[in-house]
Ligand binder design. Sequence first.
Ligand SMILES: CC(C)(COP(=O)(O)OP(=O)(O)OC[C@H]1O[C@@H](n2cnc3c(N)ncnc32)[C@H](O)[C@@H]1OP(=O)(O)O)[C@@H](O)C(=O)NCCC(=O)NCCS
Length: 338
Amino acid sequence: LGFENRKIVLSGIGHYFPETIIDNSFYNDLDIGSDSQWIEERVGIKERRSVLSLEEIKALRRGEITREDLVRAGRIMPIEKMVKNAWLLATRRAGKQPYAIDTVILGTSIPDWHIPANACAVAASLGLECAAFDVNSACASFVVDLHVARALLLAKAAATVAVFNAERYTTGVNYTDRTSCILFGDAASAAILDTNPGARGLQLIDTIIDSSPAEYDKVQFPVGETFRQNGGAVQKFAITKSVETTQTILERNNLTPKDLRYLITHQANLLMLQNTYDRLGLTPEQRAFNVDTKGNQGACGAATVLSSVWDGLKPGDNVVVVVVGSGLTWGAALFRAC
Ligand SMILES: CC(C)(COP(=O)(O)OP(=O)(O)OC[C@H]1O[C@@H](n2cnc3c(N)ncnc32)[C@H](O)[C@@H]1OP(=O)(O)O)[C@@H](O)C(=O)NCCC(=O)NCCS
């Protein structure tokens, strides 16, 4: 089709976690029948972060305030503020600042704006004068955003793309529902995809995305309501798709699981993650995750893990990121350190 195979490099990535730490015992105080031991044994999460204070979460649980009250009072940290530190780390790692970005893509499950695109608010606050738009695909957003960015870069419709993800699920869950409010943590990430010949970092070699729209009712966050999911059904689906998609992206690039430095999966549940790793026969050293201390960060989970292993990567290391989320949508990205 006339697409020239350009070398695309993730030249920098950064992450941000807000300060409030929610441990499992906190949910005991909400009086919703939550059991710390159940959470640790069945979900594997010990702590997660929130843009809210613990007092604000208790007030939400007691019905004394609503999310809308917190928004009106300016108590919910905006996305552009969340991504700022992630952006500083990404640009420091990429070694250039200010950066000549020509396209900004942002994915979030919980936007600040219906209009404009949240990417425009982020670009404005970071002083990036360029095309900016949102591509949201819930927990699969990071890989879907990479897939869209890669297509633009290969088509020469862009030269340097910034991909932002930010999640604040702790402001939108139902704090009377013990099965869902314990899962989530807030986070943000920023990544720079560069086609300049001298770019170093992680070469983006391949991406895959796919969806099963008939299952759009399995994980939902309807406008004006709170998060809900059929956790059991999604769990089986997520494990199967994570394994299959990892195998597909490896096989079509003549690799096997043994060739991986790291596999990074969607950070939904530590047990799910370990089951996926076991099925692929991966060693403990090949398993990178942060769901145990940061919870399910939606679109950001895999990106914040990638950011945390960044400094230890060596040329030639292969890394696969595989994600599954609401949609149901899934995808994978293959990187090689260069
Ligand atoms: C959500 C999830 C953690 C639930 O784990 P599970 O082992 O399937 O547990 P179940 O939902 O069957 O619940 C088992 C029991 O534990 C209870 N329980 C749930 N949360 C609890 C808590 N915090 N404390 C104590 N008990 C709890 C349930 O109410 C249920 O009780 P019941 O049998 O009396 O009804 C798990 O299914 C999961 O991680 N799914 C995948 C989610 C995912 O990948 N989503 C992708 C998009 S983000």
